[in-house]
Ligand binder design. Structure first.
Ligand code: C2E
Ligand code: CA
Length: 273
């Protein structure tokens, strides 16, 4: 199973020029169908089975080749294109999940949403597409990314509440990587927290107590906890020891094409260890 993780465009000297060219190109990328999705599996730690896939955006740029999000998400935010990008990813991932479900694969989908996307109309659009695509309650998780920091505005609280009421799960991504505190999480209507790989991969008194505090609040609130960045058997053991419900990372499965996810299903969809 070959990973689909090409190097991103990261030449410091070229980045300014590239950035301005990319922001022009990005306007055309959605209508031209240049955005694609790769899917990274998430495994249930109780059963060892693949239960969900996270759709991660890739841009098949006509001149630069396949670009990773770190080359263009910030540009999309700055240029006001992030909502359009998010809609394209919901459509791609949603249609893929619909195909799998029609084949009898009870798999869930997770998509990423930047806090700047959560404006009036965001929840209504997601709810409408989930219904149109026949995704059942709990079949879609919206992962709210860590950057830029989430501001708890009334529109955000209302959106999360509406998503929850309609059966769309909301997750806070990369918990522990930045400014998001447990006190902030506690103000939100959530179903899931994803613990950042910096906490999973580095064992110290500080990371241990952050994970423990997160697990404690998650248990009280009934949130699912996903451990990100599982790269070694030790990371997996750590996630299990803390009682995380799900795990995701290069050890378990790289971001891959839909065909490669099919091959994973064909092999039984179990943690490959
Ligand atoms: P994220 O949501 O935290 O996604 C996980 C990122 O970490 C992915 O990088 C994935 O390839 C990588 N990863 C997964 N497992 C491991 C591991 O074991 N070790 C390490 N070192 N990395 C791992 P990717 O695909 O380059 O995405 C980067 C970020 O771009 C994502 O981070 C997410 O914040 C953002 N992003 C991706 N797709 C979208 C999208 O459709 N919309 C928005 N708003 N943001 C997106
Ligand atoms: Ca994510």
């Amino acid at each position: 199973m070959s990973p689909v993780d090409p190097a991103s465009v990261r030449d410091d000297a070229g980045q300014v020029t590239l950035g301005s060219t990319l922001s022009r190109d990005l306007r055309e990328a959605v209508p031209r169908g240049e955005l694609t999705a790769v899917y990274q599996p998430q495994f249930d730690l109780a059963t060892g089975t693949v239960v969900s896939v996270e759709a991660l955006c890739r841009w098949d740029h006509p001149r630069h080749g396949l670009l990773r999000p770190d080359a263009f998400i910030e540009i999309a935010e700055r240029e006001g294109l992030i909502a359009e990008l998010g809609k394209a990813m919901l459509e791609l991932g949603g249609r893929q999940i619909q195909r799998w479900r029609r084949q009898g694969r009870e798999i869930e989908l997770a998509i990423n949403a930047s806090p700047t996307e959560i404006v009036d109309g965001f929840a209504a659009h997601v709810i409408e597409r989930v219904a149109a695509l026949g995704i059942p309650r709990g079949g879609l998780t919206v992962e709210i990314t860590e950057s830029p920091p989430l501001t708890v505005l009334p529109v955000v609280l209302e959106a999360l509440h509406a998503l929850d009421a309609s059966g769309v799960d909301v997750s806070i991504d990369d918990f522990g990587s930045g400014s998001t505190s447990l006190a902030l999480l506690d103000q939100l209507t959530l179903s899931e927290v994803k613990i950042d790989r910096s906490l999973i991969q580095h064992e110290s008194n500080s990371t241990n107590s952050q994970i423990e505090a997160c697990m404690e609040l998650a248990a009280e609130r009934g949130w699912r906890v996903v451990a990100e960045g599982i790269e070694t058997p030790e990371h997996l053991e750590r996630a299990r020891r803390f009682g995380c419900h799900r795990a995701q990372g290069y050890l378990l499965g790289m971001p891959m094409t839909a065909d490669e996810i099919d091959a994973l299903f064909a092999e039984g969809g179990q943690i490959p260890l």
